[in-house]
Design a protein around this ligand. Structure first.
Ligand code: GLA
Length: 704
């Protein structure tokens, strides 16, 4: 709901209030819901502003910076008008949120006739507010946009800047630092949102937590600046190497961001989850239970010839979808060749891709396929026939990452080629699922006819154009994004792909942290999570099958190992796991998700997924055994304190002897739960990582 009184706008979400003064571009208030928000004029001396520009005596990080038609950097955007829009403006070719909403449009104009528009969209059912910005060049000459942030929020007080950083196989580790007397930055310059710096950040202060979440998959930058007791948060496209020429009469839209306030990190995460699941993820799969899949990668790597045998066993275990990963095309026997040649490797497969897909379907499974369409191997037919498609700086030796080059996705010819080839692969094999991979960061950014300062963004616009065309063409296909694991794990990609491969690291202990870090900004319904072989191929550590399953239940369950090699006992266990998961997957995939403990250094970690009516929940607790240290005292979350629950602890693979007890919701959440036998499970001893887990099935029995 948006209310207006003079030039003061009050944006109401279910639990927050944002009060803006349009003519002075001030934030009068942002935080916990105010009942008397109509009377916010008393706050008109607020120092907090909606945007910041150069040339008016503000020497901090700006949200907007132009080289004007007059050749100078100075702007003075003065209030022009404001209105409430019934329809959310469309962001051409960019990802965006959607749904029943109202939007406030604010317009400010500089003396050079360049206009700055700010948009604030409020939904009925979430505290997340979608924000975006646009520059329209009303001058008669071209201007240069050096920076246009999607959102600026200024907050009074001191804050911690919380970011989610890492690298390949250890994405999204939570980091916090106090912001004081300067600018602190979280940014990607890698061409993708990156493994290293996720575009979701939080500002945590005494009054609560503010989240800023960019719907963008390219170079991004989030900064927090503290000066004089005010903390300025800015998020948007990275201004690193950015220089966008805007001709007379043209406009430029910054990508959308979501901002949100909540009293606690937990509450903020749940708002972000609901926003992503309800207003970002779209299409047929939005709220659909996702299939249990078996992926061939860690089981077969490039030996895609054993697929039908693996599919047969997968069916017996209860899987629903078989995904043929890398290695099925061109002459791809390792990662040195064939990207771009999306023709069947009949010699290896023993048949065409279409025949293979039919055989998999013949086993009673859906068929899924891996493709990495934005890339090119120099050792490929495509490179030989169309070398100009590769992204390279003329006259320089290109940097190869994973032995490959990227395609120049800023070029329309290349975009059309990718749409054509991906569509052809999907149609050819009748895929029900596509894993869209992207396995290198960008280095040799160059496209003929594309200004250097525009390249990164034009690359992303090209990618979005291609992906949106393909997704529209195949509305029933389930797309899973991937980028060397989780290097494009962002709301931009989630606007097109309903799920994303969270990380290439499938080690249960590492995964617990990766999923935990991811869960601050993203719901479990977007996180691919697979049980793989033990010892784990990335870490070398071994974890019991049940531990691997328990952790993978924190996301969208799949198996990624050679299922043929499982012992008969393990096959029985996996079949029981899959059948349990199917029975409870609605709860696991779409329940209200809370982190338990603190997997980044606490005594224990884990999660609980609770049904909307709080009548049922599944929790997983994980703790590392230390000599002569007792198991941790744990607390569940999200339950109803006024209910009595029956709790069943699923012991490691020993389902017959499950322990049950009854307790009040308040008792289960009080932090004193103690399971003396937590480290006793015999099978858990084959456990070099020493991480023990237990899953709890929690069901309401009655009211207190
Ligand atoms: C990337 C992906 C993996 C797998 C391989 C195949 O690393 O993240 O899951 O698909 O590529 O080469």
């Amino acid at each position: 709901m948006i209310k207006k009184k003079g030039t003061v706008y009050r944006l109401e979400t279910p639990a927050t209030t944002l009060v803006l003064k349009a003519d002075t571009a001030q934030i009068l208030y942002y935080g916990k819901k105010l009942v008397s928000a109509d009377w916010c004029e008393a706050l008109r001396s607020s120092p907090c502003r909606l945007f910041s520009e150069y040339g008016q005596g503000d020497f901090n990080e700006q949200s907007v910076l132009l080289v004007n038609a007059d050749g100078g950097f100075s702007t003075n955007f003065v209030y022009s008008k404001s209105k409430i829009l019934a329809e959310k403006p469309v962001l051409e070719n960019l990802p965006s949120s959607y749904g029943e909403s109202k939007t406030l449009e604010l317009k400010y104009v500089d003396a050079t006739k360049v206009a700055l528009y700010l948009y604030y969209t409020v939904f009925e059912d979430t505290d997340a507010i979608a924000v975006s910005a646009k520059i329209v060049n009303g001058a008669k000459k071209e201007i240069h946009i050096k920076k246009l942030a999607s959102v600026q929020a200024e907050l009074t007080g001191r804050f911690e800047f919380i970011t989610f950083n890492g690298a390949w196989a250890r994405e999204r580790r939570k980091n916090a630092r106090a912001v004081c007397g300067g600018t602190f930055v979280n940014e990607s310059r890698a061409g993708a949102s990156s493994h290293a710096h996720n575009p979701f950040v939080m500002a945590k202060g005494e009054k609560g937590v503010f989240g800023f979440h960019l719907l963008y998959s390219g170079n991004h930058k989030e900064s927090m600046t503290e000066y004089d007791g005010v903390t300025r948060v800015i998020a948007g496209i990275n201004d690193f190497m950015f220089d966008w020429t805007l001709g007379a009469g043209e406009e430029f839209c910054a990508p959308e961001a979501a901002m949100c306030y909540a009293e606690t990190e937990d509450a903020l995460s749940r708002q972000m989850h609901a926003f992503a699941a309800e207003h970002v993820v779209r299409g047929k799969w939005k709220k659909r239970e996702r299939p249990v899949l078996v992926n061939s990668w860690e089981g077969a790597y490039f030996d895609a010839d054993s697929v039908v045998e693996m599919a047969k066993v997968s069916k017996d275990l209860g899987a629903e979808l078989f995904v043929l990963d890398d290695g099925w095309f061109g002459r791809r026997n390792d990662d040195t060749s064939s990207l771009g040649d999306w023709s069947d490797n009949v010699e290896k497969l023993g048949c065409t891709l279409a025949e293979l897909a039919e055989r998999v379907r013949g086993c009673g499974l859906k068929f899924g396929i891996w493709i990495e369409p934005e890339m090119i191997s120099e050792e490929s037919e495509l490179f030989r026939s169309r070398p100009a498609y590769a992204m390279r700086v003329p006259g320089r030796t290109p940097v190869r990452l994973r032995n490959q080059l990227a395609l120049n996705m800023a070029d329309e010819k290349v975009q059309n080629f990718v749409v054509r080839t991906v569509s052809d692969v999907i149609s050819r094999c009748g895929a029900s699922y596509v894993k869209w991979d992207y396995n290198r960061m960008l280095t040799d950014c160059f496209g003929k006819g594309v200004a250097a300062g525009e390249y990164f963004h034009r690359y992303m616009l090209g990618v979005y154009k291609v992906i949106s065309k393909v997704v529209k063409r195949f509305p029933f296909v389930l797309f899973e994004g991937c980028a060397g694991g989780g290097a494009r794990f962002d709301l931009g990609m989630m606007s097109y792909f309903p799920q994303i491969w969270t990380s290439d690291n499938t080690d249960a202990r590492d995964r617990l942290q990766i999923q935990d870090g991811s869960s601050y900004g993203y719901p479990q319904s977007v996180m691919g999570a697979h049980v793989s072989a033990s010892p784990n191929h990335q870490s070398g550590d071994s974890h019991p099958l049940e531990t691997r399953f328990n952790v993978a239940c924190g996301g969208l369950l799949g198996y990624e190992l050679d299922v043929r090699k499982l012992s008969e006992k393990d096959k029985k266990t996996v079949a029981a796991q899959i059948s349990f998961y199917k029975e409870h997957r609605k709860l696991l995939q779409f329940g209200n998700f809370y982190r338990l403990g603190d997997s980044f250094g606490g005594d224990y970690g884990g999660f609980i997924s609770v049904s909307p009516d709080r009548g049922a929940a599944i929790a997983v607790i994980a703790a590392e055994k230390r000599t002569n240290v007792p198991p941790p005292r744990v607390a569940f979350k999200g339950l109803n304190p006024a209910y009595v629950y029956e709790v069943t602890a699923r012991r490691q693979e020993n389902y017959e002897n499950n322990l049950s007890f009854t307790a009040g919701g308040d008792v289960l959440m009080c932090g004193e739960l103690f399971f003396p036998d937590f480290y006793d499970d015999a099978s858990a001893r084959e456990n070099s990582g020493c991480m023990y887990t237990r899953m709890f099935l929690i069901k309401k029995q009655k009211n207190l």
